[in-house]
Write a protein that binds this ligand. Structure first.
Ligand code: COA
Length: 323
């Protein structure tokens, strides 16, 4: 059986860091409130010349270098983003061009904060079916450009950044001892649209719009949805929380992460957290956290890594893989 193994990883941030203290100067908020409610201390904010494609390109190049391949070896580029630089063409084809790739195909996936999980699952399906050998999967966002910077209930939560992985085809035995992605689970439910959405778009307002959120309602649903798709991953692999070496969740809010880990009986020392440094980078968040954990040497070959996300839509999903 063909398995998709992560053969390279990388991440990129804009240059500018905006601390909670800095936000105190422009909106009625304070460092202590933000830390207590979310765990966030700072976020990166894109400046002039920094775009979703430029961040995605930088993360993508690092992932290709680590995998020891070039864009010539790629079959697809899949970019998860909810902040494309243009409504069209897709950010993925811009990145394809920046990487000098003129063969294969590149396209975007839109599932907001769950985007990377959806993109990874799509890439895994191409690899397992034999249609592709190497796929660059990128989560890239400039969420700062979707913010209403006068709305303190949302603008303190989000940040910009990008993470990327190269998925490569490896022959496995078809058992859970194989390296690579062992199981993926995707869900969505459009009836929750009003709880987290952008109030604009080409066919509604002909504007980009701003992110709007009923934070309490999102919080209320998040833990249940996250733990549901993780239980699905455990059932599909006949594994339990005890088999998880690293839990790398979507970094929306430390309280949601803590509550999910507690409900699943995953101890805090196995949870990768960077939301304090990055804020919620939407589709960028999981690949950034994964790349940072791998770069720091924490992830060891053969370990079980659990990824999950939940976001606007609602969309939610999990990926369980052996490193
Ligand atoms: N600074 C200071 N006060 C703020 C504030 C800010 N940035 N934002 C909101 N407040 C105020 C509210 O106006 C409210 O004041 P009031 O009681 O006078 O009306 C008070 O703080 C409590 O607001 P509430 O929304 O009930 O707070 P909360 O405890 O639910 O925390 C969130 C708010 C957004 C942090 C929390 O609901 C949350 O994390 N939700 C999930 C969001 C998320 O992760 N979304 C992305 C999913 S991908």
């Amino acid at each position: 059986m063909i398995r998709s193994v992560i053969s390279g990883f990388g991440h990129a941030f804009p240059k500018r860091i905006v601390t909670n203290k800095e936000l105190e100067e422009t909106i009625d908020t304070n460092d202590a409130w933000i830390i207590q409610r979310t765990g966030i201390k700072q976020r990166y904010v894109a400046g002039e010349g920094e775009t979703t494609a430029s961040l995605g390109e930088e993360a993508g190049r690092k992932a290709l270098d680590r995998a020891g391949i070039t864009s010539d070896d790629l079959d697809f580029i899949i970019v998860a983003t909810t902040t494309p630089d243009n409504t069209f063409p897709a950010t993925a084809v811009d990145i394809q061009n920046r990487l000098g790739m003129t063969h294969g195909a590149a396209f975007d996936v839109q599932a907001v904060c769950s985007g990377f999980i959806f993109a990874l699952t799509t890439a895994d399906t191409y690899i397992k079916s034999g249609m592709a050998k190497n796929i660059l999967v990128i989560g890239a966002e400039t969420m700062s450009r979707l913010m209403d910077w006068e709305d303190r209930t949302t603008c303190v939560l989000f940040g910009d950044g990008s993470g990327a992985v190269v998925l490569s085809a490896h022959q496995g035995d078809g058992t859970t001892a194989d390296r690579g992605i062992l199981t993926t689970h995707l869900r969505s439910d459009g009836s929750h649209k009003e709880k987290l959405y952008v109030d604009g778009g080409p066919s509604s307002t002909q504007t980009v719009g701003h992110l709007r959120m009923q934070g309490r309602d999102v919080f209320k649903h998040a833990v249940g949805m996250i733990t549901d798709v993780i239980e699905d991953a455990f059932e599909a692999t006949s594994m339990t929380a005890e088999d998880v070496d690293w839990f790398i969740p979507h970094q929306a809010n430390k309280r949601i992460i803590d509550a999910s880990a507690k409900k699943l009986n995953i101890p805090p020392e196995k949870v990768v957290i960077n939301v304090d440094q990055t804020g919620n980078t939407s589709a960028g968040s999981i690949p950034i956290a994964l790349s940072q954990a791998a770069e720091s040497g924490r992830l060891e070959k053969g370990q079980m890594i659990l990824l999950e996300a939940m976001g606007g839509g609602f969309t939610w999903g999990s990926v369980f893989l052996r490193w």
